[in-house]
Design a protein around this ligand. Structure first.
Ligand code: GLA
Length: 356
């Protein structure tokens, strides 16, 4: 069957799925692949069954980050990342790589020499090149898109770039270099800049300015990763649309790379719980979460021409990075499946929509 007809037949099949059996990947197969972040421990048992039923792609939650995968200058820890890459290949799932250059979860050796003194720019850039060459080179042909540079823009409106060791030692040049090294290591991979609060108008405009500068200089950047660590209180529809449009206006594709909808207001500083503050997933919050998921997926569908992927950050409310963060001991319920891996109300809103 010609590809076009096959696509029509598939989409009819997706539409015909009985409401109670709809899946994320089935409902969205004509829109964009929906993926999920995982660790090796998620690749067996009931979680792996859920992954295979619901999701079209994977991102390594931690094991491809610089620290975990490159703990010593001359030693790589490939095994956990290989398990994810093998699982993806074995089951025909798309694989995103995350992340080649970040200021967090970096290995201890990276910024210092054997005496413990900070290395000069030339050494740090050479290390970055060697790292990217090894990691992007190993997963060449398997990782279709890399988050190359993560979170270099400051949240503070008074500042532009984040004051990280990367920036202190190299200035802004490391950003362009990371993309160039990644492109050399795997010329076919799609290369993303990835950040949080990327829908917030002030930070959005700074990210846009940086991306424009990179693109004007001919740096190989292909996409903007909007992380999507949101809450039932933000973002709003208008800011979400404006951000997608602004990034797409640069000719970039857009992916939502780390989606979860916290039931609590946004905060990012670790703290202890305040006595009496709500820690319950009330019916009202369940309703709000459903409405928020409904709104953002409606927007994503409207921008299907520029959105080329949506990835959830963690599988279910059984475990999320938002448990204990930022409030110690506080449980969160940010995903579409509950702790028993059953679809939540928000799930049904996301998969049951009217096609245009
Ligand atoms: C950022 C990173 C992710 C992850 C989350 C928290 O968004 O990009 O890799 O560490 O923080 O889990």
């Amino acid at each position: 069957m010609p590809a076009v007809l096959a696509a029509v037949a598939l989409s009819a099949a997706a539409q015909d799925q009985p409401a109670g059996q709809k899946t994320l990947k089935g409902a969205y197969e004509d829109y964009f692949p929906i993926g999920v972040s995982v660790g090796p421990r998620n690749l067996s048992g009931d979680e792996s069954e859920l992954i295979l039923r619901q999701f079209a792609g994977l991102t390594a939650e931690n094991v491809m980050k610089m620290g975990p995968i490159h703990p010593e200058e001359d030693r790589f820890n490939w095994e956990p990342a290989d398990r994810i890459a093998d699982f993806a290949r074995g089951h025909g799932l798309k694989l995103r790589g995350h992340t080649l250059c970040w200021h967090n979860q970096t290995p201890g050796w990276l910024f210092v020499d054997e005496k413990g003194e900070e290395v000069p720019k030339a050494v740090l850039l050479a290390r970055l090149k060697a790292h990217i060459n090894a990691v992007a080179g190993r997963y060449k042909g398997r990782v279709y898109a890399w988050d190359v540079v993560n979170e270099v823009i400051d949240d503070n409106p008074e500042k532009f770039y984040r004051e990280s060791p990367w920036y202190r030692i190299c200035g802004e040049e490391f950003i362009a270099k990371a993309f160039e090294y990644a492109h050399e290591a795997d010329p076919d991979a799609l290369l993303f800049y990835n950040d949080y609060n990327a829908v917030d108008p002030e930070k959005r405009d700074k990210i846009h300015e940086m991306l424009k500068k990179l693109l004007d200089a001919g740096v190989p950047v292909h996409g903007m990763g909007i992380q999507g660590h949101w809450s039932v209180f933000e973002p709003n529809d208008a800011n979400l649309r404006a951000a997608i449009e602004k990034y797409a206006s640069l000719g970039l594709q857009v992916q939502i790379t780390e989606l979860d909808i916290s039931i609590y207001p946004a905060e990012d500083q670790r703290r202890d719980p305040v006595p009496g503050e709500n820690q319950t997933f009330t019916q009202e919050l369940e309703q709000k979460q459903m409405e928020q998921y409904d709104m953002i997926f409606r927007v994503f569908r409207d921008y299907r021409k520029v959105i080329t992927g949506v990835t959830f950050w963690n599988i279910s409310d059984r475990r999320s990075w938002l448990d204990n963060f930022p409030v110690r001991g506080r449980k969160n319920y940010p995903l579409l499946f509950d702790k028993d891996l059953q679809p939540k109300k928000a799930f049904w809103k996301v998969v049951n929509f009217n096609r245009p």
